[in-house]
Ligand binder design. Structure first.
Ligand code: PMP
Length: 448
């Protein structure tokens, strides 16, 4: 262990941002929902490399597809057509409804969102982009401007491209700006009663109207929103919130962008795409993470109309649509069908939410259990009445303890107060039971 610790310290000097756990976890190998460290300790992976390993670590079928392609062709750029590309775009397009049929392949979610911003601006001729408070849309300088979650911003990104009269009002409500200064951010509180949901919706829609009233009417290029907020802490919106927002944004000449980087590919259980659970049709959909089970890849899908304003030949990307990435992504789509990952996501998600709700009722420090499918958040609080965030040290204690008992989960939320559960979509009921027992034990240990 001492040896590992020294190694870890050395690694940190070279790559300083690998600091998730206080005590290092050296991962050596993975198979489906399991990871092993260098000492042979097995962990149940309920974070999947941040909601990315969609069908399972080193899934044999996907691995075989990768190996086959690696022996045939690695790279050409997409100035040529090759069969993995051709096969893949057909398959991906088939998962999306009309009119979302034009595909641009990238290497990551940030890159996809950068491209979507550019498309929206070129198409509308407008500049401003509206995002939600607590949102995370990427780590590139442009998408960092979109990301409202201050924990992920660098001062350099603040004010990026900001010529925005919206700033003061944008931060008056649950809205984050495309490019604003840091501010105290409030996550939209989840409310489980239908009446509350409607009231909350009116409130937030009212705030959006206010944002519009104080901005130059013709400047809205786009609204960017995840169907369920991921890094923000599995935040769900009031009923019809996205539908009403899309309508208002379109009335102002903006396009609507669904960031499906986390919610796509069946993760929400009920639908293959998260937006399908909201009775909306985005103009642009961005995706990454689960698309290739951990192999770097992303995509933007849009309409012929928007693609036309974007223009042919403007966009070039050396690695986007790489043959190996396409072969893997193609096999991932097949595997999702064969293994029934969306159904697993639905069933195991429902089961976990039920189990977690029981645990919530036992502990004063759980403020909320929410999410859909295998996109789950457990919001930790000082007490249920105040719903103030549980401080980082306490979060960390429970988090490390859970890991020490063999389960890896994630952290998120605007104040880092939400545990996130987004496993590979191949977990079983036994895995869920194991996690529920471990989590319950970790809470017990903390309370003692
Ligand atoms: N959008 C969302 C919703 C994300 O969660 C993330 C990554 N956490 C991104 C975009 C950025 O993706 P990437 O890290 O692949 O650039």
């Amino acid at each position: 262990l001492m040896h590992q610790f020294i190694q870890f310290k050395m690694i940190l000097e070279i790559i300083p941002n690998v600091t998730y756990y206080k005590k290092p976890v050296f991962i050596h190998q993975g198979h489906m929902q399991w990871l092993w460290d260098v000492d042979g300790r097995r962990y149940l992976d309920l974070f999947a490399g941040v909601a990315t390993v969609s069908v399972g670590h080193c899934h044999p079928k996907v691995t075989a597809a990768a190996e086959k392609q690696l022996r045939k062709l690695w790279h050409t750029t997409n100035i040529y057509v090759y069969s993995p590309l051709h096969e893949y775009v057909d398959k991906l397009a088939a998962t999306l409804p009309e009119p979302l049929k034009v595909i641009y392949l990238t290497n990551s979610g940030s890159e996809a969102n950068d491209l979507a911003m550019l498309m929206a601006r070129l198409h509308t001729g407008n500049f401003d982009i509206i995002t939600l408070r607590g949102s995370y849309h990427g780590g590139s300088p442009q998408t960092m401007g979109l990301t409202s979650n201050s924990a992920y911003k660098y001062p350099i990104a603040i004010g990026l491209g900001c010529h925005n009269t919206m700033c003061p009002d944008v931060f008056a409500g649950p809205w984050g700006g495309s490019h604003c200064r840091d501010s105290p951010i409030q996550t939209i509180r989840n409310c489980s009663c239908p009446q509350g949901l409607c009231m909350a919706n009116d409130k937030y829609i009212g705030q959006l109207k206010e944002v519009f009233a104080t901005s130059v009417p013709s400047r809205i290029a786009a609204f960017f929103g995840e169907p369920i907020m991921g890094v923000g802490g599995a935040v769900q919106y009031p009923k019809n919130f996205l539908k009403d927002t899309y309508k208002l944004v379109r009335e102002r000449g903006g396009v609507c962008i669904a960031d499906e980087v986390q919610t796509g590919f069946g993760r929400t259980g009920s639908h293959f795409w998260g937006f399908q659970g909201h009775d909306i049709m985005p103009d642009i959909v961005t995706m990454a993470k689960g698309i290739a089970n951990g192999f770097p890849m992303g995509a933007v899908v849009t309409t012929h109309e928007i693609a036309a304003s974007f223009g042919r030949g403007v966009h070039f990307n050396t690695f986007g649509g790489n043959p190996v990435a396409c072969a893997i992504a193609s096999s991932v789509l097949d595997t999702m069908k064969e293994d029934g990952t969306q159904q697993i996501s639905h069933e195991m998600g429902t089961y976990l939410l039920m189990g977690l709700s029981k645990i919530r009722d036992k502990y004063e420090i759980i403020g909320d259990v929410r999410g859909k499918g295998l996109q789950i958040g457990v919001e930790m609080v000082k007490d249920k009445a105040s719903r103030e965030p549980l401080p980082p040290a306490a979060m960390s204690e429970i988090f490390e303890d859970t890991k020490d008992m063999g389960v890896l989960i994630g952290k998120g939320g605007v104040y880092g107060q939400t545990f996130r559960i987004k496993p590979p979509m191949c977990i079983t009921k036994d895995d869920a039971d194991f996690f529920l027992a471990v989590f319950n034990q970790a809470l017990n240990n903390y309370m003692e």
